[in-house]
Structure formats: structure tokens, C-alpha cells
Design a binder for this molecule. Sequence first.
Ligand code: LHQ
Length: 258
Amino acid sequence: MDPILFDIKNNIGCITLNRPEKFNAFNREMALLFQNTLDRCAADKNIRCVFITGNGKAFSAGQDLAEVVDPNGPSMKQILSEHYNPIILRIRGLKKPVVAAVNGVAAGAAANIALCCDVVLASASASFIQAFSKIGLIPDSGGTFFLPRLIGWQKASALSMLGEKVTATDAEKMGMIYKFFEDETFMEEAMKIASTLASMPTQGLVLTKEALNKSFSNNTEQQLNVEDALQQQASETYDYKEGVQAFLEKRKPVFKGE
Ligand code: LHQ
């Protein structure tokens, strides 16, 4: 069975983590295929939004723990530098909006893969667990970077140490995720958001993502300069001209993602 499923619908590249009997836990094969699939999304001009979800009950239980005790398995060094770090860097660098549709539990590295996405959605019964501390590890896959920025230092610190399960409703309240939806309508609502993103001015969204990425290390003046430079680029796109023209002509804009 392919550990990653991929299809393209209405300009959305849908990536499904697919080891349902293992709660979609990541092994080397799955991590490398996930990276290839993200590269495929980056290269395909028809894809204007990437959608990541899990097959079955879980989003993903993080690292496959059977693999870490396999003498022929990858080393700790390889797991971080060849599996998770390239995944996080690809998602943050991907020049398209990335939606995480967290359909069930997201634990360990998988929680942090979800949390680094541009729009994080969850079903009501989903949950997020910084499971690392329970096995003597530290949060990886960007956990120590994104979590304090999303929910503040204290909650990030306590959740990282206690490894407690955060429900989707609490995750929404504390700003860890954008929204949760009832299980029955979750996929439909998540897809609606992805479809909206896929029909918007893609270049503007990509430049927004770039500005937000840069805001993490800039002071106010540097960030104003980043906005200045990126806004110039946004104003040179087809979609900006179409957006303004459509407003003035009182019609719906037709964006091309260019
Ligand atoms: C699993 C897993 C799993 C294999 C469920 N592996 N089979 C980086 C560097 C190097 C090393 C380590 O890791 C990392 C990054 C990380 O991601 S560290 C964190 C690794 N993940 C965890 O510690 C989570 C472990 N899993 C759990 O705590 C629970 O399974 C959760 C809370 C996710 C779900 O609990 P339940 O709903 O009670 O389900 P379950 O425990 O019964 O799991 C269902 C099946 O999935 C079960 O298989 P089985 O054949 O017994 O039915 C589990 O063995 C399997 N599974 N997680 N990570």
C-alpha cells in the first residue's frame, strides 16, 4: 500500500498520509515520499493550494516507533535531518498556501508538521499531542519554534513538558489552530476553505507567506521594508490588476494565480 496518496482536484493538490493501521505513523519511506509529493506540488502550476490530511481514524501518530528500534532503521540524525526538517522547510517554503486538515489525533512530529501549515483546521474529535516528553525526547519538527509563537511561551512550555492531549476545541481557543468543524461536515468545510484559497490571487498569498516567514526574525523597521518590497511585487501581478478592475466594474474577479 502506498504510504502517501496524491490526487489533484480543482487546482488543489491533496496529500493523504496513508498507513491507517499504524495511525499513519511516519517511517522513512513515507517521509521521503511526502517530500517528493510536496516537490510535485511546487512544480505543478495547476496546483494553487495544497491540502494535507490522514486516512482513517488518525491524522498521524508521528514517528513510527517500531522503526527507531529497528537495527536496520534510520539513525536519529537521519530521522531529523533527512525526514522531518526537509518536510518543515518544504512546507514553509512552498509557494502555495498549505492547508492541514487534521482529521484525528496528531502526535509528535505529525502535530508539528500540521502546525507549520498556513491554515490549520481540525475535526471536533481531533487532538494534538506533543508526545515527545513521554519518551524522553524534545519537541522537534519545528515544535520549539512554532508552538511558542502560536500559543505563547507558557502554554508551549507546559504542553511540551507535560505532553497533554489538546482537544480541537481547546486548540482553536488558544490560537493553536484556525478553526475546528464538527466531524460530520469537517472534510466538506475544510475542502471549501482549500477551494477558496485555490481560487484566490496565488502570488499575493505566496508573498503574504513570505512576509510572515520573515517577520519571525525582523524588527519593525526591517519588516516594514520587507512589506514595501513584497507589496511592489504583488502590485505587478495580473491578479492585482484584475482585483482592482473587477471592483471598479462591480463584477466578480477572475483570478488566474499569476
Ligand atoms: C503506532 C504509533 C507510533 C508505531 C500508534 N508508531 N505505531 C523523532 C526522532 C526520533 C525518534 C522518535 O521520534 C521523533 C519524532 C516523534 O514523532 S516522537 C513521538 C512519536 N509518537 C508517539 O510517541 C505517539 C505514540 N502513540 C500514542 O501515544 C497513541 O497511539 C496515540 C495517542 C497517538 C493514539 O492512541 P489510541 O487512540 O489509544 O491508539 P493506539 O495507541 O491503540 O494506536 C493504534 C495503532 O497504531 C496501534 O497499533 P495496534 O497494532 O496495536 O492496533 C499502535 O501501536 C499504532 N501506533 N502510534 N508512533
